[in-house]
Write a protein that binds this ligand. Structure first.
Ligand code: SF4
Length: 457
C-alpha cells in the first residue's frame, strides 16, 4: 500500500546557483535531489559558462537521469534546475524544464513552479504575433513574453510578469545573471542562500541545506532579485496586496526540514497535531501515524495527550513512479502493495490513526480495514487539516471536485464509508494557529481564492 497515491501532487521544484567555480551542475544535482518530493516525472539542469549554455533533461528521477559522466560534461559556474510533475502540458520530454530561448537579450533559461492561469490566451496572442512554441507547458509562455520589445532585460521581465495571471516561483538564468521571482501572493515558495561566494535560489530551504549553503531569506511576494558579479539587486516588479503562501506546503508538500516564510514545516505539523488534540481529546490506547505524511502531527497529538505513539504501519518502498498514472483503478492496485501492519502493536487496542489530509479517501479506507483486521478494538481517524472540498488552480494537482471525498459526502457519511469509529478534521482556525499566520492560502478548504479562477468553480 502506498499512502502517497491519495495525496495532492506538487507540480515542481526549482533551483539555481551563480558564482560557484566550475561545479554548478553538481550543486544543482544535489539541490534537485533534495527537491525530488516536489516532482518525480522529469528533471533537468541548464548550465552557463558565461558564454553559452548547455541543457540536459530527461524523464525520470534525478538520480536515474544524471550520472557522473553527464554531470562532468556540464561545465559552468552557473546553473538552474527543475524537477517536474505535470498537470499543465503532458508528461513528455519536450515539456521537461529548464526551458531555453535565444532572445534579443541573449540566451535565457527558465524553470517554473506554479500555474499560469491565462497561459492559453497569452499563447494565442503570442502565436498570432509570430512566436513559435516548442512545448505545451504554460511556462514557455513566460519566456516568449520576456522576448518582446523592451529597453532592458529587467524591463522585459517586469513587463512579462505584469501580463501573467497565476502562481509562479521562477528561476531565470542568462550568461551573466541569475534571477529569482515570486508571484504577487507568494503562493509558491522561493528562497535565497549563499555558499561561499556563490548565491543560490531554491523552492525550499532544505535544498540549500543539502549543499551546505546558508539560508539568507525568502523572496518576497512580487519581488524580483537579480544576482550577478556585482551583487544582488531587489525590485518590486508586481504590486502585491497580501502574502498568501500555500497552506499545503506546511501540511504535506514541503520537506519537514524546510522553513518557508519564517515558519518551520516540521514544527507547524507538530502543532497541527497539538491543535487536533486540543480540539478532539479522544480516549485511546495508542496513536499511529500514516507513514511519513501523518508522522509529525501524530507526534504532536501523542505528546499533547500523553499517549504512546507507535509506528505500526510500515512503508516498504521509498519512491514508486507509478503514482503518475492518473486512472483510479491503477491507484487502487498500487495502494495494496507497500504498507505492512504490525498486529502486535494494534491487537485489542483503541487506535487513533492520524494523517495530514484526506483527499479521495482511497488510502484511508484500506488503512482502517488493515488496522481492524489486525485486531484493533476501535479506530479513530484524525486529519491534521480541514476538509479539502475545492480544486487548486495554483500548481497543485489535488483532484477534480468530483473525486474529492469531502466535496461529495458529509463528515458522517465519510466516516461510515471509511468504517472508522470517529472521524475529525482540524479546523481552519486550528490550522492557522499551527502556522502562526493568517497569511496563507486556504482556498481548497474554503473556496476563498486569492486569484479568482477564470472558469466556473
Ligand atoms: S488552493 Fe490549496 S493547494 Fe492550492 S495553493 Fe491554495 S492552499 Fe495550496
Amino acid at each position: 500500500m502506498n499512502c502517497e497515491h491519495d495525496k495532492p501532487k506538487e507540480e515542481c521544484g526549482v533551483f539555481g546557483i551563480l558564482g560557484s567555480e566550475d561545479n554548478a551542475a553538481r550543486l544543482a544535482f544535489s539541490g534537485l535531489r533534495a527537491l525530488q518530493h516536489r516532482g518525480q516525472e522529469s528533471c533537468g539542469i541548464t548550465i552557463s559558462n558565461k558564454i553559452s549554455m548547455k541543457t540536459y533533461k530527461a524523464l525520470g528521477l534525478v538520480t536515474s537521469v544524471f550520472n557522473d559522466g553527464i554531470l562532468d560534461s556540464l561545465h559552468g559556474s552557473s546553473a538552474i534546475g527543475h524537477v517536474r510533475y505535470s498537470t499543465t502540458g503532458s508528461n513528455h520530454i519536450k515539456n521537461a524544464q529548464p526551458l531555453t530561448l535565444s532572445t534579443q537579450f541573449g540566451e535565457i533559461a527558465l524553470a517554473h513552479n506554479g500555474n499560469i492561469m491565462n497561459a492559453q490566451e497569452l499563447r494565442l496572442s503570442l502565436t498570432r504575433a509570430g512566436h513559435r512554441f516548442e512545448s505545451t507547458a504554460d511556462s514557455e509562455v513566460i519566456l516568449h513574453l520576456i522576448n518582446q520589445q523592451a529597453s532592458s532585460l529587467e524591463n522585459a521581465i517586469s513587463n512579462a510578469l505584469n501580463k501573467l495571471y497565476g502562481a509562479y516561483s521562477l528561476v531565470v538564468m542568462t550568461n551573466n545573471a541569475l534571477i529569482g521571482i515570486r508571484d504577487p501572493f507568494g503562493l509558491r515558495p522561493l528562497c535565497l542562500g549563499r555558499l561561499g561566494k556563490a548565491y543560490c535560489l531554491a523552492s525550499e530551504s532544505f535544498a540549500l541545506q543539502s549543499i551546505n549553503a546558508t539560508f539568507i531569506r525568502d523572496i518576497a511576494p512580487g519581488e524580483m532579485i537579480i544576482i550577478n558579479e556585482t551583487g544582488i539587486q531587489s525590485h518590486q516588479v508586481v504590486n502585491t496586496s497580501k502574502t498568501c503562501c500555500c497552506a499545503f506546503e506546511y501540511i504535506y508538500f514541503a520537506h519537514p526540514a524546510s522553513t518557508i516564510d519564517s515558519i518551520n514545516v516540521e514544527k507547524s505539523r507538530f502543532w497541527m497535531g497539538q491543535e487536533l488534540a486540543r480540539e478532539y481529546p479522544i480516549d485511546a490506547d495508542v496513536v499511529i501515524p500514516v507513514p511519513r505524511s501523518g508522522r509529525h502531527a501524530a507526534l504532536g497529538y501523542a505528546s499533547a495527550r500523553r499517549l504512546p505513539l507507535e509506528e505500526a504501519l510500515l512503508k516498504t518502498t521509498q519512491y514508486d513512479r507509478s503514482f503518475i498514472q492518473p486512472a483510479q483503478p491503477l491507484r487502487e492496485l498500487v495502494v495494496t502493495k507497500t504498507i505492512k501492519v504490525q498486529p502486535e502493536v494494534i491487537r485489542s487496542k483503541r487506535v487513533i490513526l492520524i494523517d495530514d489530509s484526506l483527499v479521495r479517501g482511497t488510502t484511508a479506507v484500506k488503512l482502517v480495514k488493515l488496522i481492524r483486521e489486525a485486531g484493533a478494538r476501535e479506530v479513530h481517524l484524525l486529519i491534521a487539516s480541514p476538509r479539502v472540498q475545492f480544486p487548486c488552480y495554483y500548481g497543485i494537482d489535488i483532484a477534480e471536485k468530483a473525486e474529492l471525498i469531502a466535496a461529495q459526502m458529509s463528515v458522517d457519511k465519510i466516516r461510515e464509508y471509511l468504517n472508522a469509529d470517529t472521524l475529525y478534521y482540524l479546523s481552519q482556525a486550528g490550522l492557522l494557529r499551527s502556522v502562526f499566520s493568517q497569511d496563507v492560502c486556504l482556498a481548497c478548504f474554503n473556496k476563498r481564492y486569492p486569484l479568482k479562477p477564470r472558469i466556473p468553480y
